[in-house]
Design a protein around this ligand. Structure first.
Ligand SMILES: [Zn+2]
Length: 167
């Protein structure tokens, strides 16, 4: 099992209400992941709503709902797909930043949960299935960027995690 220790103490509305369900979504019966909500001092994944200044200074798009920020075992931020693919290091820390702009609070409750569940997928190393190695459009995946009406991990990502981590 892959273990995820997540904290959401620094999330603000609207995403604070979706934190618990996004973490527990990774604990469904067919998932090779155990995910827990833990205290900030022991977490290895922190979900945060940064200040607007921090969001802007980081150069993150106005249109992004959230971003996943990953660090490897050498303390370096993982910035690109190719860097991740060519690295032999482990992901040791991740942060999920949610868009602090109140005007971006448009997504429904289901979409908000999908967004956080999706970002936790990035934290575990999953990419977007429509990029690089496209999968058929009929294959369900919470890692697609489009809204698909569900917010839970699907067989596709559970399979990818088993493959990546040898589970
Ligand atoms: Zn994404």
């Amino acid at each position: 099992m892959l273990r995820l220790n997540a904290n959401g103490d620094y999330l603000k509305a609207p995403y604070i209400d979706n934190f618990g369900s996004s973490v527990s979504n990774w604990m469904n019966s067919s998932s090779p992941v155990v995910a827990y909500s833990v205290s900030f001092s022991t977490s290895t994944v922190d979900l945060t709503t940064p200040t607007q200044t921090s969001w802007d200074n980081a150069g993150i798009s106005y249109y992004a709902a959230a971003v996943a920020i990953l660090y490897d075992s050498a303390g370096a931020q993982i910035m690109t797909y190719s860097q991740a693919q060519n690295s032999n290091k482990m992901i040791t820390y991740g942060a999920v930043w949610c868009n602090p702009d109140g005007n971006y609070a448009g997504p429904t409750e289901l979409d908000q949960t999908k967004i956080l569940t999706h970002e936790l997928g990035h934290i575990m190393g999953l990419g977007h299935p429509e990029m690089y190695n496209p999968i058929p459009a009929s294959t369900m995946s919470v890692m697609r960027q489009s809204a698909l009406g569900f917010s839970t991990p699907q067989a596709h990502e559970n399979s990818d995690i088993r493959t990546m981590y040898g589970l």
